[in-house]
Design a protein around this ligand. Sequence first.
Ligand SMILES: NCCC[C@H](NC(=O)CCC(=O)O)C(=O)O
Length: 449
Amino acid sequence: MKAFEVNFDGLVGPTHNYAGLSYGNVASERHQNLIAQPRTAALQGLTKMKALSDMGLVQGLLPPHERPHMPTLRALGFTGTEAQMLAKAAQEAPTLLSAVSSASPMWTANAATVSSSADTPDRKVHFTPANLNAKFHRSIEHPGTGRALRAIFANEEHFVVHNAVPSCPHFGDEGAANHTRLCASYDSPAVELYVYGQIALNAEAPRPMKYPARQTLESCQAIARLHGLQEHQVVFAQQNPAVIDQGVFHNDVIAVGNRNVLFYHEEAFLNTDEVLAEIDRKLVGADLIPVCITNDELSVAEAIASYLFNSQLISLDDDNMALIVPKECEDSTTVRQLLDRLVQDTSNPINKVVVMDLKQSMRNGGGPACLRLRVALNEQEIQAVSNCIITPALFEDLTAWVEKHYRDELAQQDLADPSLLNESRTALDELTRILGVGSIYDFQHPGMR
Ligand SMILES: NCCC[C@H](NC(=O)CCC(=O)O)C(=O)O
C-alpha cells in the first residue's frame, strides 16, 4: 500500500524563551537571556508547516506542553499558592523555573523514535517517547509526549505507543534526532540507522571529553528490541566524539537521510566506511546513495553555524528531493555555493532548495529538522490518525489562536509572572478543543495541578 512520510512539527508554546539550559548546544548557550519572541516563533513554525503542506506533503503537528509545569515545581518542594510557588522558585532557584518553563517540546525530532509498520513484526507503527534525561528541562517531556501521541495515534489496530526506556544516564535517549529510516520507498522495509554518542556500560569505549554524549548504544538497542526489529533491519553507528565536543549534540546536526539518500559530513561518524557498507548491505530494493560533504568543502564549525545538515530532506516525487534549509545557510557564501553544486550534481536526487526563516528556534539550536517528527504512514494509517493534520482551515485557526494568545516578547524575569501561567493555560485549553485531542494536560484535571 502506498505510504507517505508525514512530518509532525512541534507547535511552539507560549513560553518560548532563551534560558541557556543546554550545555553542549552552542546556540542555546550563546543566546542565554536574550529577549524571546514567542508569537513570532510560533508563526515561523506554522509558516514552515503550511509551506510543506502546500508542497503536497501530508503535514501534522504535535501540541505544546503546559509550561511552567507546576506539578514538577511541587515535586521539587515548592508549596503554597501557584503565585507563591512561582515567586519562590524565581527567587531561590531561577534556573529551575526556567527549566520547568521551557518550550523545548517544540523540537519534536526529540519527541520519540518511530518504526513504521513496514518494519515491525506486528505491522503496527511503534513509537517510543524519548526520555531526554541528559537535560533536566527536557527530561520532564516524555509523560506529556506519550499522552499527546496516544491521543493522536489512538487507533490500537495501527499504532503502539510504548513508555520511554528507563530514565537514567545508561539509557539516555534523544529520539528521532539520532534515528534515520533508510528505504527504497516509504512502504518498503527499511534499515533503521541508530546513532549513539557513547556506550554507557563500557568505560573503555570512545566518548567525548568535553560535552555530554546524550544518546547511548544501550538505549538504541532497547528501542530496537521494543519495536521488534531484527539484526538485518538495524545499523548501530557511533557518532564521532570529536564533533560532539565541537557542539554537534545530536546526529541531526551533521547528517540527514531520506529514502536511500544519506547526506552527511565526513566527520559525522566513527568508522564511516563500515557503517555505509553495512547500511548498503542491509538495504533492500535500492542502493544507498551517500552524499558526503568533506572538511575541505565545509568545516564542522561552519556546518554548526549554518545548520546545513539540520535541513529536512524530503521527496517531491519518486525521483526528486528538496532540502528545506534554515535561512542561516544563505548567510554563508560557502554554504550557498555548496548548495548550488549539490542541486546541479545529477548523481544525487536533491535538486531543489527551499529556505525557511526559523530564527527564533535556531537561537536555541533547533533548525528545520529539529522541529519535526517523521512518521511514515500508509494510506490506511493516515486515515486512522485521529487529529492534528494540517488543513488550510486548521492553519487559519492556529494562526488566529497564536495571534490571540501569545506575547510579543518574553524575558527570563517574566517567567515568574502568574498571568503568564494563566495565559498559557487559557491558550492550551482552547487548543485542545481546536485540535480535538481531549484533555491531555495536567491542569485540565482537577487534583493534578
Ligand atoms: N533538536 C534541537 C534541540 C534543541 C534543544 N535546545 C534547548 O533545549 C535550549 C533551551 C534553552 O536554552 O532555553 C536541546 O538542546 O535539546
